[in-house]
Design a protein. Structure first.
Length: 378
C-alpha cells in the first residue's frame, strides 16, 4: 500500500510537496532504514545524552496526511523581496537563559515523554513559535484547520523497551528559503528529558532546555532575516528514549526526500572551560574548511572532535544527529563535554552563565550564516 495523503485544501495545493508520512510497511521497502542495537542499560548512567540506547523499533508512524505548507518556489519568491542583511543583532544570553528557566519551571517536571510536563513544555514551545512567526510544517489533518494555520505538532509512536507502544510528539516549524532549489537544513534540539524519578525532578536545564532555547533564537533570527536555505526547525521528543523523535522524523519521509544537513544542539550551555565542541567534520570532511575558520572569531572557545573512532568519546550516535548521519545526511553537532550535573536532578538553570550562552548563540548564528552560503556539504 502506498499511502499518498490527499491534499485538498487551498493551503496544501500550494505545497511544494505532499508529504507522504507513511511507515516503512506502507512504503513497501520492508527493511529498516536504520539499524539499531538492542542493548538496554540503566538510563541514569548512560554515556552522554541518552537515557537508554537504541532498542529495536517497531514504529507505526502516524499523523498521516502531512502536507508541507509552503511551496519552495512561492516561499522563495515571497521572502526574496528584501535582501538579507549581512549582520544580525548580537544574541542576548540573558533572554536565552529566560527560555531555559521557563522550560525548567515548576510544572514542567523534567519533560519526560508522554507526561503532562512534557505536554506543557511542548505547548510553551508552540506558543513561542507562534509569537516569533515561524511557519507550521504540517497540516494534520488537512481539513481540521480551515484558517490554514496548520499545526506544529507531529505525533509518532514507538515501542518502549518493554515493548509497549508509546507516543511522542515532535514540534516542527519552518522559516527562510529565499533561494529555490536548495534542500532544507534541519536545525534540531530535543525538548524531552528524564522527568521525575524516585521523587526527584530531573530538570534538564543544560540537557536540553539549552538546545531548545538556542533553536528558538535561531527561529527568531530566521524569521527576521530569512536564510537562503529553508530551515526546518525540529524540536524532537523522546531523544532520551533512544533518539526516537529524530528516527520518526526521518522515517516519515524526510530521509529520502532530501535534507542538505542536520545542525543539532544538545547540551550547549555549561562549560567550566568556556568551550564548545563541534562534531561532524570528522565524518563529513567537506564541512571542515567551512567551519574551522569560524573558531578564531568566536567569543567562546571552539573545539573540533568527538566524531571519529567509534568509542565512548565518539559522539556520532549519541544524540539526534545520529540517525541523520546513518541516513547519509551530513551533520554538525554542537555540545559541551559532560559535567558533574549530567543526567542528575542538579542540572538546573541557575548554573548557567548567560555570557557563555550568548557566546554560543553568536557562534551558532555564524555557523548557520556560513553554511547558508554553501550549496553542498558532501
Ligand atoms: Zn540531551
Amino acid at each position: 500500500m502506498n499511502q499518498t495523503p490527499s491534499c485538498s485544501s487551498t493551503l496544501c495545493q500550494t505545497a511544494w510537496a505532499c508529504y507522504d508520512q507513511v511507515d516503512r510497511a506502507a512504503d513497501g521497502r520492508g527493511a529498516p532504514i536504520l539499524s539499531v542495537p538492542s542493548v538496554i542499560a540503566d538510563p541514569l548512567h548512560m554515556p552522554r545524552h541518552q537515557s537508554s540506547p537504541r532498542w529495536p523499533v517497531t514504529r507505526a508512524v502516524h499523523a498521516c496526511a502531512l502536507c508541507l505548507t509552503l511551496s519552495g518556489t512561492s516561499w522563495a519568491q515571497a521572502v526574496a523581496t528584501a535582501p538579507r542583511p549581512s549582520s544580525t543583532a548580537a544574541p542576548d544570553g540573558t533572554a536565552i537563559l529566560a527560555s531555559i528557566q521557563a522550560l525548567t519551571a515548576p510544572g514542567m517536571d523534567g519533560r519526560a515523554t508522554g507526561t503532562p510536563g512534557n505536554a506543557k513544555a511542548r505547548a510553551w514551545i508552540v506558543d513561542r513559535l507562534r509569537t516569533i512567526g515561524a511557519i507550521p510544517m504540517a497540516v494534520v489533518p488537512v481539513d481540521a484547520y480551515p484558517n490554514g494555520r496548520g499545526t506544529f505538532e507531529v505525533p509518532f509512536t514507538f515501542a518502549s523497551k518493554s515493548g509497549v507502544p508509546m507516543q511522542g510528539v515532535n514540534v516542527v516549524a519552518t522559516c527562510g528559503g529565499r533561494r529555490s532549489g536548495l534542500s532544507p537544513i534541519v536545525v534540531s534540539a530535543h525538548y524531552d528529558h528524564l522527568g521525575i524519578r524516585d521523587g526527584q525532578t530531573y530538570h534538564g536545564a543544560d540537557d536540553n532546555a539549552s538546545g531548545v532555547a538556542l533553536l528558538l533564537n535561531v527561529a527568531e533570527q530566521c524569521v527576521r532575516t530569512p536564510f537562503e536555505h529553508r530551515l526546518v526547525l525540529a524540536f524532537f521528543d523522546a531523544e532520551e528514549q533512544g533518539l526516537q523523535g529524530a528516527r520518526a522524523f526521518l522515517e516519515s519521509g524526510w530521509a529520502r526526500r532530501g535534507v542538505a544537513l542536520n545542525l543539532n544542539f544538545d547540551m550547549v550551555s555549561r562549560s567550566d572551560k568556556k568551550e564548545i565542541y563541534v562534531a561532524g567534520p570528522g565524518r563529513w570532511p567537506a564541512l571542515e574548511p567551512l567551519l574551522k575558520p569560524l573558531a578564531a572569531r568566536a567569543e567562546i572557545a571552539v573545539k573540533f572532535g568527538h566524531d571519529t573512532g567509534g568509542g565512548q568519546d565518539d559522539w556520532t550516535q549519541q544524540s539526534d544527529h545520529g540517525p541523520f548521519h546513518a541516513a547519509g545526511i551530513p551533520f554538525v553537532y554542537l555540545g559541551v563535554e559532560d559535567h558533574a550535573d549530567y543526567h542528575k536532578p542538579t542540572d538546573t538553570a541557575d548554573k548557567i552563565d548567560p555570557r557563555f550562552l550568548g557566546g554560543v548563540a553568536a557562534f551558532v548564528l555564524d555557523v548557520i550564516a556560513t553554511l547558508d552560503r554553501a550549496t553542498s556539504f558532501k
